[in-house]
Write a protein that binds this ligand. Structure first.
Ligand code: NAD
Length: 298
């Protein structure tokens, strides 16, 4: 971790800020990206990433701020290029940038759908693509010996990926991240690059969008700082074989989530028809699985 070069996207608030401080406390040089927007993605404030970079420097660490929108491919390229200019390389990118614009599906506006998917999903892919290009080139330059140290990317998803009332846009964007991570982790494994997803839980301004009586936990129970150690672990050599995974951190719990897998399968030698499915699907093929799953996600 000592002297590792880490980009923390969305590092200006909440979980990203806590991760940036944790990485810096372990000796990493940190580039703090943030757009400095509201929870719904509106607005922009360069003082937000600067405040965190300053906080790190005040604690004796090394950090610079980088203001911009990670869903803008050109900006994401500049974030990685400027990090390489400043520190010579990029070892780890974790990306906490995310917004919320809740609404029940039949009332959700096109704009709220697009903005959330753009920020939360494209906003993960654009910096991942920029970092992956840099890592591929560095890997080719390093030749057969490979990198002197591993590189890795951590994309922040959400438990809402399983389904979450009033959050079709947010849930879709966060589930999309999981497919992206499973794909890109396979593509980059030969370049010694690890790619993982994190499902976090921590009390932040996002939690405060939920009415107080419905909040799942208090700040004391789930401070954002408790998510940060797993982020540092994934940045470190101790996690050298962890890739393609969806991990969980919240409060005193850490964990690993399963990937989607076939739960039941039925083969009809001559193919299925409406009639044969009606007769056998529920009774024989899927007899052991729950086919009415709405309640499990509420
Ligand atoms: N807090 C939780 O319990 C929780 C649970 C599940 C997932 N998450 C995810 O964790 C991440 C961090 O959440 P948080 O609770 O700390 O929220 P937060 O609002 O405190 O922090 C998110 C940060 O991302 C920044 N940001 C938003 N859009 C950006 C963009 N386009 N480019 C750069 N920066 C941008 C914001 O300015 C903000 O500083 C989010 O992706 C969120 O979806 C949080």
């Amino acid at each position: 971790m000592q002297e590792a070069v880490c980009v923390v996207a969305g590092g200006g608030n909440g979980l990203g800020r806590a991760a940036a401080l944790e990485l810096a406390d372990h000796g990493a040089r940190v580039v703090v990206n943030d757009l400095g927007c509201e929870v719904d993605g509106t607005g922009s404030d360069a003082s937000v990433p600067e405040a965190v970079a300053e906080e790190i420097r005040d604690r004796g660490g090394e950090a610079i701020a980088h203001h911009g929108d990670v869903s803008d491919f050109e900006y994401a390229e500049s974030l990685i290029a400027d990090t390489v200019d400043a520190y010579g390389r990029v070892d780890f990118v974790c990306n906490f940038a995310g917004i919320l614009r809740d609404g029940i599906s039949y009332k959700l506006t096109e704009e709220d759908w697009r903005e959330v998917v753009e920020t939360n999903l494209t906003g993960q892919f654009a910096p991942l693509r920029a970092a992956a290009k840099h890592w591929r080139e560095a890997s080719e330059d390093a030749g057969e010996d490979g990198f002197d140290r591993q590189r890795s990317y951590l994309a922040v998803s959400a438990g809402a990926a399983r389904g979450s009332l009033g959050q079709a846009n947010y849930a879709a964007s966060k589930a999309g991240i999981l497919g992206m991570v499973r794909t890109v982790s396979n593509e980059l494994v030969r370049s010694n690059v690890r790619v993982n997803a994190l499902i976090p839980n921590g009390y932040t301004r996002m939690t405060e969008t939920v009415p107080e009586e419905h909040r799942p936990y208090t700040e004391a129970e789930m401070p954002p700082e408790k998510v940060a150690p797993l982020v540092a672990y994934l940045a470190s050599e101790a996690a050298e074989d962890v890739t393609g995974c969806t991990l969980y951190a919240g409060g005193d719990r850490v964990g690993v989530l399963s990937d989607p897998a076939m739960e039941a399968v039925g083969v009809a030698p001559d193919g299925w028809s409406l009639e044969s499915l009606s007769e056998h699907f529920r009774e024989d093929v899927a007899s052991d699985v729950d086919l009415s799953r709405t309640e499990s996600y509420l």
